[in-house]
Design a protein around this ligand. Structure first.
Ligand code: UT7
Length: 329
């Protein structure tokens, strides 16, 4: 059975930068508080006319350019997002059309900030089963559009962006294991409550600001600290590996305190963990995808390296994978 691996990677961050100082002018916060409690210094924010699919397409084109593929060779496009262009059709279908991927099936996947790693696992299964060969997995978000800019508990955390990966079959290396999970009893810790069947959009839902992200930071923090460690251990065990075998950890970028705690609990060195959170904030399902593309472009991933990617998010969900990077498929 062939394994799946990543042969193309890309990212796109919109040009508008919002700093902590900019946020000080909007809500009752300080650069010092945000830096100390989260590690975030700035984030990118789209303009009003830019959609999630716009970001996704830019990241996807970059990823495809790294491969020998054209868009029309793609068999499947998976877009992981909590900020689709519309409730339906799937953002993946909009991406499929605009890329000219005229042979590709397309669907969206929603697993909160764990979505990109969930997407990698779905894509890998299609390749391992032999059904498809060329798959594009995208994590893309315009979180600024569902952010309550009067809520200091959330608006300091999030940013916009997209990352993409092309998956193809390989004889060597590739995805060695996945660990996915969910705990829906924590659904009320992180949610957007209106616009679905529970609370269809009305004047009341808009007036009551129910179309924005709401979060209980503390329970999510505790969940994250625990799951970053247990999911990492579980996914390593499934691959029959030890933490010493890992060259680089690419964690979901939500809070440097969470990342630091995972690093310490896993006993990894600082230079074995890729962190871009200070520059981009929490981009939800785009976060691991952007970090992966950046790490690769900065020369931090070499042939044969073993990467551990681990994420957590709304659901609550978690997802981890071990990937043995292979340059020569
Ligand atoms: O991708 C998954 C998405 N979510 C997460 O990963 C979030 C995980 N949680 C976290 O990262 C942290 O819980 C936060 C960064 C959200 C909050 O940090 P915390 O250390 O858990 O702070 P807290 O919520 O316990 O709040 C401490 C204090 C409170 O004031 P009082 O009640 O002690 O007077 C807050 O009102 O900090 C206050 N506070 C702020 N102060 C200045 C909350 N947000 C802010 C702010 N600026 N932006």
């Amino acid at each position: 059975m062939k394994k799946a691996t990543i042969t193309g990677w890309g990212k796109y961050l919109p040009p508008n930068v919002m700093t902590n100082k900019d946020l000080e002018k909007i809500v009752d916060t300080t650069d010092q508080w945000i830096t100390k409690r989260t590690g975030i210094k700035k984030r990118r924010i789209v303009d009003d006319d830019t959609t999630t699919s716009d970001l996704a397409i830019k990241a996807a084109k970059q990823a495809l350019d790294k491969t020998n593929l054209k868009a029309e060779n793609l068999d499947l496009i998976i877009v992981s997002t909590v900020t689709p262009d519309m409730v339906f059709p799937a953002t993946a279908c909009i991406v499929q059309d605009k890329l000219g991927a005229n042979k590709a099936a397309a669907f969206d996947l929603e697993a909160g900030c764990s979505g990109f790693v969930y997407g990698l696992s779905v894509g890998a299964q299609f390749i391992e089963s032999g059904l498809y060969e060329n798959i594009l997995v995208i994590g893309a978000e315009t979180l600024s559009k569902i952010t309550d800019w009067e809520d200091r508990n959330t608006c300091v955390l999030f940013g916009d962006g997209a990352g993409a990966a092309v998956l193809q079959p390989t004889d060597k290396g590739g995805f060695l294991s996945f660990d996915l999970g969910s705990d829906g009893s924590g659904a009320d810790a992180l949610y957007l409550e209106a616009g679905g069947s529970l609370n269809p959009a009305t004047l009341e839902t808009v007036k009551n600001k129910m179309h924005y992200i709401r979060m209980e930071g503390n329970p999510v923090f505790k969940f994250a600290v625990k799951k970053m460690k247990t999911a990492s251990k579980d996914v390593l065990k499934k691959a029959d590996l030890k933490i010493d075998d890992i060259d680089l950890l690419i964690p979901h970028q939500a809070n440097t305190r969470i990342i630091k705690s995972a690093r310490r609990r896993l006993k990894l060195d600082k230079n074995q963990v890729y962190v871009n959170l200070p520059e981009v904030g929490n981009t939800s399902s785009a976060s691991v995808a952007i970090a992966l593309a950046e790490a690769k472009d900065k020369g931090k991933i070499k042939d044969g390296d073993k990467l551990l990617m681990v994420a957590f998010g709304a659901g609550l969900t978690w997802a981890a994978t071990v990937l043995e990077w292979n340059e020569n498929i």
